[in-house]
Design a protein around this ligand. Sequence first.
Ligand code: PRP
Length: 185
Amino acid sequence: MRHEGEIPQDIERVLLDEPTIQERVEELAARISADYAGSQDMVLVGVLKGAFIFLADLARRLTVPHSVDFIAVSSYNRGAVSNGAVRLIMDTRHSIAGRDVLVVEDILDTGWTLDYLLRTLRARNPSSLRACVLISKPDRCQVQVPIDYLGFEIPDEWVVGYGLDYADRFRTLPYIGVLRRTVYE
Ligand code: PRP
């Protein structure tokens, strides 16, 4: 496994190593490129902050023309229990009306964030609207959200790396690892 020597103390184990992630991103990019082959105006909307690394890798593998934009949201009561209330804290730079929009997210936990985003963006009349999510935790799901492209399903553990953080740390690890419980308990 690559980067084994660099695994920080706070990481209990590697769940998805770098080659596994990169191979899956390649597969997703190939599927998306095929599906959007005829699109005249595709825009990837990355959800900050967590999606920035996944989006960068995915976008660079697409063979269809596209632009990139970002959106940022924040959950009220973010913590062990989410009440589903989500707030838009940064909007896209450009209008999405009439465009083929692909929302790019790092992780689906309760599902409330993506549910909110898809409802909000759909109201702006894009030509099409789909979601690409790297990781889903089915055991945590509180609201069913349609995902068109999914990388991995994982168990309910606190994972960091490849964009995912704990207290804004670990985002730039090239793999996804399980955080030691002692770090957050
Ligand atoms: C994470 C993730 C999703 C959201 C998913 O963001 O990036 O946006 O949580 O959770 P949900 O399915 O329970 O709504 P976070 O709030 O950690 O912000 P970040 O992306 O800036 O790290």
